[in-house]
Write a protein that binds this ligand. Structure first.
Ligand code: SF4
Length: 359
C-alpha cells in the first residue's frame, strides 16, 4: 500500500508533494507507491553514472529489449555487452555490469540484495549506487547524494565549505532529511529538483518547493553555491592512430588488452599513449600515410590528443586485427574516441582521388 503523505513531515513533505505532481516520468521509474524492478533501477543507475538522462534512455531500452532480466544479461557474452554499450563511455562500467549480473544471477532466485552493505559488495556498485538502489528499489532509508543533490543541499543550507570537503556534511543533512516512509521517492525527488529546478546556473527559485526554506536564496547567493575547490589541470597524453583501409573499403581494428583502460574494446592500431605522438614508422604496415589531423578526447584522469594517419588500399594480410566493413562497425565495441578517429579518417581523400566505395 502506498504510504500516506501524513507520515512524512517538514521539508520532505513539501518536496514529496512537488515530486508527486512534477517528478519526471522515466522508463525505469514507478510512481504512486509502486516498487520498480531492482534490475531496472540498477541498470539505470550504472548507466547514469557520468551520463545524462537523455543519453541513457535509448541504451536502457536497448538493453532491456535484448536482456529483459539480470539472468539474461548474465548469460550474454561480454563482447555483446560491450558492443551494446559502445557510445555510452566509461567502459569499465559495462565490464562491471556484466560481472555484477553474473554475481546476482548466482544468488538465490537471482535476486538483488536489499541492503547498502550487501549491494556494495557487488562489482561496480559504489556507495552512491548502493544507496540509490537500496532506497529506490527496496524503500530502505539511505542518504542518496549525487551531484544534483550536493548542489541543492549546499544552497538549501548555504554551505560555504567547497566540494568535495563538504560531502560528509551534505550526506549527514540528506540522511536527516530523508523520511522513513518514502526514502526512494525522496531520493528521486531530490535528483529531479536538482536536474529541473535547482539548475547549476539559473535556478528557478520561484518554482521551487523549498524556496521559503532556502538559505542561499534568502541571502541571494544561490548561483555562487556550491563552492568548488580549484581544479588541477589534467595531464595530457598523446598518440597516433593508424586508420588502414583495404581496397574494398574495410577498416582494420584490433582488440585492446582485457585489463586496463577501454579493456577488451576495439580500435584502429596505434602507438602507446604517452608524452609524445609516436611515429609513422610504428605503424603495423609500411605504406604511404595521409595526414588526417588530430582528435581530442577527455578521459577522467587525462586529456588525450591523437594524430590520425590514414592509409588506403592496404593489403589484407596486414597483421594483428580484423577487417571490418563500415556498416558493421556498430556491432563492435568501439569507444567514442575511436569513433571520432574513424570519422576523421573518412574525411581524408585517397591520394589518387578516385571514387571508391567504403563498406
Ligand atoms: S530556492 Fe532556489 S537555490 Fe534554493 S533549493 Fe530551491 S531552486 Fe535551489
Amino acid at each position: 500500500m502506498p504510504p500516506t503523505r501524513l507520515q512524512t513531515a517538514g521539508p520532505a513533505l513539501g518536496l514529496l508533494r512537488w515530486y508527486d505532481d512534477f517528478g519526471r516520468d522515466l522508463p525505469w521509474r514507478k510512481k504512486g507507491g509502486v516498487r520498480p524492478d531492482p534490475y531496472h533501477v540498477w541498470l539505470s543507475e550504472i548507466m547514469l553514472q557520468q551520463t545524462t538522462v537523455a543519453a541513457v534512455i535509448p541504451y536502457f531500452h536497448k538493453f532491456l529489449g535484448r536482456w529483459p532480466t539480470v539472468t539474461a544479461l548474465a548469460a550474454a557474452d561480454l563482447d555483446q555487452v560491450l558492443a551494446a554499450w559502445a557510445g555510452l563511455g566509461y567502459y569499465a562500467r559495462a565490464r562491471n555490469l556484466h560481472k555484477c549480473a553474473l554475481a546476482v544471477a548466482a544468488l538465490p532466485a537471482a535476486r538483488f540484495p536489499e541492503t547498502e552493505d550487501e549491494l556494495r559488495a557487488l562489482p561496480g556498485i559504489g556507495p552512491y549506487t548502493a544507496a540509490a538502489i537500496a532506497a529506490i528499489a527496496f524503500n530502505r532509508h539511505a542518504a542518496v547524494v549525487d551531484g544534483n543533490v550536493e548542489r541543492v543541499i549546499a544552497r538549501l543550507r548555504r554551505i560555504e565549505t567547497p566540494l568535495p570537503a563538504a560531502k560528509p556534511e551534505i550526506t549527514a543533512i540528506v540522511s536527516d532529511l530523508t523520511p522513513h516512509d518514502r526514502p526512494g521517492d525522496f531520493a528521486q525527488a531530490m535528483m529531479d529538483l536538482g536536474a529541473t529546478i535547482c539548475a547549476p546556473r539559473n535556478p528557478d527559485c520561484d518554482a521551487c518547493p523549498w524556496s521559503q526554506a532556502c538559505m542561499a536564496r534568502q541571502a541571494g547567493v544561490q548561483t555562487e553555491l556550491p563552492r568548488k575547490a580549484a581544479k588541477t589541470a589534467k595531464p595530457v597524453r598523446r598518440g597516433t592512430a593508424f586508420v588502414l583501409f583495404s581496397k574494398d573499403g574495410r577498416v582494420l581494428l584490433r582488440r585492446r588488452p582485457e585489463k586496463g583502460l577501454l579493456g577488451g574494446m576495439y580500435e584502429p592500431p596505434g602507438t602507446v599513449w604517452g608524452p609524445s605522438f609516436g611515429h609513422v614508422e610504428d605503424a603495423p604496415v609500411k605504406t604511404r600515410f595521409e595526414t588526417g589531423g588530430e582528435v581530442r578526447h577527455t578521459f577522467t584522469h587525462f586529456e588525450l590528443t591523437l594524430k590520425v594517419e590514414v592509409a588506403f588500399d592496404v593489403p589484407e594480410n596486414a597483421p594483428g586485427g580484423v577487417w571490418v566493413r563500415l556498416d558493421e562497425l556498430e556491432t563492435f565495441a568501439l569507444p567514442n574516441v575511436m569513433r571520432k578517429v574513424i570519422e576523421r579518417a573518412l574525411t581524408v581523400e585517397p591520394p589518387a582521388r578516385t571514387a571508391r566505395k567504403r563498406g
